[in-house]
Write a protein that binds this ligand. Sequence first.
Ligand code: NAD
Length: 358
Amino acid sequence: MTKKIAILPGDGIGPEIIEQAKRVLSALPVDIDTETAMVGGAAYDKHGHPLPEKTLELAKNSDAILFGAVGDWKYDSLERDLRPEQAILGLRKHLGLFANFRPAILFPELAHASSLKPDLVAGLDILIMRELTGDIYFGQPRGVRVLDEGPFKGEMQGFDTMHYAESEVRRIAHVAFQAAKKRNKKLCNVDKANVLETSQFWRDIVTEVAKEYPDVELTHMYVDNAAMQLVRAPKEFDVIVTGNLFGDILSDAAAMLTGSIGMLPSASLNASKQGLYEPIHGSAPDIAGKGVANPLAMILSVAMLLRYSLDMSPLADKVESAVSSVLRQGYRTPDLYQEGTIKVSTSEMGDAILKALN
Ligand code: NAD
């Protein structure tokens, strides 16, 4: 059956890198129907909202969304609800995208780009699974109040609430176990169960769900230790599952192990495998329109889309092998260029990928 893909290029380098992703999709034997719509600052300029109704409808009616990037400093003075970044939050909320897949992969050819010693990170391939719609980021009540008792009586106090419902933990745990099953069958649950009630509850539920996946080895780690191990011996990990707050921080730390923001894709999925696929970087207004943006994170997002929303792992492997191959051949956009390699533009990198695919 024909699958429907919504293409949302967005702002800055978004349209340039999406263009290369579209070329990759066209070169593959997939039965898809694509439709493009405006999002972010571009949508605000044209329709007065970063996530126009028409764009949201298209996203809801698609099997997957390929999302470029949104944002520009020129929108910083807009009220919060109208800023470009609200488009991503709106899509997450309306589509119920609770499972955020953040792989941190370091192609051996780029080991020098990491801030860690090459032997610690060369060939790194870990997957951080972050719960995306719950936790202290959305917990109520929250706000600022005046304390009427205790040692700080009479003072103002800022507060938030951390909580997770059983079904929220169960569904992310299942997604994480299933992802681990397709990889090296090792899942590390990261929490702060020694201090937080929410974490102890989370850990108990994850342990219960583990009984349904006897072939996956489950371990538990406190988040402070996980932060340490990520920079000490990151290759020890396979899949990490964690809540929204801890995942936010750990996934950015893991991304930097790879040293290159232009190389990392991500996916956010809901219960029916509908997903939003995007590079982890932003719209890079400083280099937009110059033809120098690295399109590989966007192209690797296409691979994730094929794997997770279209169930076409062999094609996903093919796209990832093409990326490996062009790096081996020495092609680099300026962000990764060093002496002895071949400097290419955004579209020339696309050309090299297409050649490798064929
Ligand atoms: P950024 O990720 O856009 O850029 C950080 C730095 O990395 C810049 O120097 C940029 O040139 C470089 N860079 C990023 N992607 C690159 C690529 N593919 N190739 C080569 N170099 C690349 O982050 P920022 O500068 O903090 O934010 C810019 C705008 O993007 C802001 O408006 C921010 O809110 C927005 N943003 C959007 C998203 C998203 O759409 N998901 C994510 C983060 C930031």
